[in-house]
Design a binder for this molecule. Sequence first.
Ligand code: ADP
Length: 396
Amino acid sequence: MKVLVINSGSSSLKYRLIEMDNESVLAKGVADRIGIGNSSLKHSGKKDAVIEKDMADHSQAIKLVLSALTNPEYGVISSVSEIAAVGHRVVAGGEQFTQSALIGDKEMREFRDLVELAPLHMPACLTGIEACMEVMPDIPHVAVFDTSFHSTMPEVAKLYGIDYGDYKSLKIRRYGAHGISHQFISQEAAKIMGRKNFNLIVCHLGNGASLSAVKDGKCVETTMGFTPLEGLIMGTRCGDIDPTVVQFLCNKKGWDVNRAISYLNKECGVKGISGVSSDFRDLIAAENEGNERARLAIDMFAYKVKKYIGSYAAVMNGVDMIVFTAGIGEHTPEVREKVLSGMEYLGIEFDNDANYNAKGDIIKLSKDTSKVGVYVIPTNEELVIARETVAVVSAK
Ligand code: ADP
């Protein structure tokens, strides 16, 4: 059974075609600069290909993706009918979507009501789904939510200290994000531990970054909140901040609230602190050249991760495993060193030699005598989306 996984951004559409019989990736790629000119499709299938063609909207993009997938030279299927189902990544599932769902008219209406929960991401996501459903009307489409994994958080973790009536009527609460990645890592960690009962901390450290506390496979805490702005300091997002700062910024700079929130989302984080870049490759290079603000930005990033690890160990009454994943978590040993040094009190015996030198997909960062296992595990969100899609379609 072949499943097409789609991840739509405002001007991009990433795809991956997976043969679920053996979970192998048949083809993948990205359509870039949709609707903004100079658009192109980078495809990797039987062969790699770059197709430079104008794509005015997501509908044209998905048509180009399907023609690449069926191209005799670099495609991997002879007809679109070989695709059994399409799985879509959906950023916000609100309170109602605690599980992946088959998409019909009712679901599309409910998704539109969720746009205000993720105004930066949901519109693009819905545009992508609509385009795919229009181009592939006879194939089942499934929504897999970035929030579902966090729906098991208890009230003490998911509620804010605001009027309870406002939570009930306006649904103002913590939803979390990156749930698809946290779910994948939890399943992989359970395999390594070989048991179902465990306390796990997942550190998904990418441009957007979040931690989750996972007890016996279920999420009990996560750092992102009502939106992905809460929690860690990120590439360009400020993370936890006193909301009064918004009012102060508006008063001092003559901004409205939207401008202030856009600033906190796009102009802050390690980019704002360092004045160098939001990208950790640039930050590490600048730190190595003696740039003090780049060092400060990396230190602040790592400090916040360390702080949350400590609090999550407290919440779960200890931790058995900590996993690092996503761009920074998988590829930046300098950050892992800053986070994991000086955590002996938790029972972590950190192997910094393995941190810098061990090779392989899964890397063990803790010594064999360490009470807490610490690992790098590459995330695979597309595989989770494909597996969920198969589960939903099979249960139909
Ligand atoms: P997102 O998916 O949220 O855009 P990623 O998980 O791709 O983010 O992570 C991007 C971050 O990972 C950047 O800060 C980048 O510098 C860092 N990174 C460091 N080394 C690598 C690498 N070899 N490949 C990809 N990202 C890397």
